[in-house]
Design a protein around this ligand. Structure first.
Ligand code: PEP
Ligand code: MN
Length: 341
């Protein structure tokens, strides 16, 4: 339920609304000061009488029941779009933020050279996996803490903030010491213990869509993080499983405007994991930007042929440069921001 108040309602009126909500055991108010109005979200189990009670209070314009199971992540609860700022990147602002780097951290030269190349091309966040979720236990599973140290080296060299995946609740503390954004991978989107744990950190969290997750399941995963008190959440559409084997997954382009309608959270797209082939990355990236994505996550490697992970979908520096030129052109012509009614 949300209680909508005029933006000129008095602090006393707002305090009374909050007091009344808190007087019901198990209910908690959450106040958002929007441009047009003040919205007080009510978290907890709502009784039918509460709506009537709230409607009578001075300063209250209307009381709306929220039908969605996710609250904090919903646009009903939080009408203004939110954004997440790390370094020079504002994810959720008018310009798409490009996060780029190798699938996995391999060595210092690979990391530092890639960081310099993607920065020169215009990326403002560096990616790289130190803890890798691999389908086979025999594949390269990442360098772990040593990988985090190499990411930090690349950050010191370039100033780029780091996004990196955390796979296990027990690694959250150590990964959060190095990461500027914690990535929850597609396979862990419904690892509720992990979501709880990252919800307790003060680091932004990017929640990738599960391989077969509905929008509701995905937004409920974001809700877990937010319910822990961490509101800096970014969503990432990374492709869902379809019947087609040619592409690795299928990027659901419609997810971008749908999420913007259902949620206030920023939404970025990952054309690398969704296509699985380097020559499909740029066209699909451009489609995502045209559809209004707030950013892209792109895999780039100095020498994709020898990459320890996801070489076939990784862009060379040269191809990444080309992607950036085209992405800039599309984002300049698209309406800013892409509005969703
Ligand atoms: C990744 O971004 O490194 C990754 C493993 O992606 P996903 O979780 O989307 O498969
Ligand atoms: Mn990868």
């Amino acid at each position: 339920m949300i209680v909508v108040m005029g933006k000129d309602s008095s602090p006393e009126q707002l305090a009374e609304v909050e007091r009344r909500i808190e007087s019901h055991p198990g209910l908690k108010p959450q106040v958002f000061h929007g441009v047009e109005r003040i919205v007080v979200g009510v978290l907890g189990t709502i009784t039918p009488d509460l709506k009537d009670e709230m409607e009578l209070l001075p300063g209250v314009l209307e009381v709306v029941l929220i039908s969605k199971p996710y609250k904090l992540a919903s646009r009903e609860f939080h009408p203004d779009s939110s954004s997440v700022t790390v370094g020079d990147a504002v994810i959720g602002g008018p310009d798409p933020v490009i996060m780029a780097g190798p699938c996995s951290v391999e060595d210092e030269d690979q990391m530092v050279s890639t960081a310099k190349a993607v920065k020169a091309a215009g990326a403002t966040v560096l990616r790289g996996g130190a803890f890798k979720p691999r389908t086979s236990p025999y594949s390269f599973r990442g360098m772990g803490i040593e990988g985090l140290e190499l990411l930090d080296m690349a950050k010191q060299e370039t100033g780029l903030p780091i996004i990196t995946e955390v796979m296990s609740p027990r690694d959250v503390d150590i990964v959060a010491q190095y990461a500027d954004i914690l990535q929850i991978g597609a396979r862990n989107m419904q690892n509720y213990n992990l979501l709880d744990e990252v919800g307790e950190t003060n680091k932004p969290v990017m929640v990738k869509r599960g391989l077969a997750a509905s929008y509701e399941e995905w937004l409920l995963a974001a809700e877990y993080v937010m319910a822990g008190g961490n509101e800096n959440v970014i969503l990432c559409e990374r492709g869902i499983r379809g019947f087609e084997q040619f592409t690795r997954f299928t990027l659901d382009v419609a997810a971008i405007p749908v999420i913007k309608r259902l949620s206030h959270l920023p939404i970025v797209a990952d054309p690398s994991h969704s296509t699985g082939r380097w020559y499909l990355v740029t066209p699909v990236a451009l489609a995502a930007i045209a559809a209004g994505a707030h950013g892209l996550l792109i895999e780039v490697h100095p020498n994709p042929d020898v990459a320890k992970c996801d070489g076939p979908q990784s862009l060379t520096f040269e191809n990444f440069n080309r992607l950036m030129d085209q992405a800039r052109a599309i984002s300049e012509v698209r309406e800013q921001p892409v509005e969703v009614p």
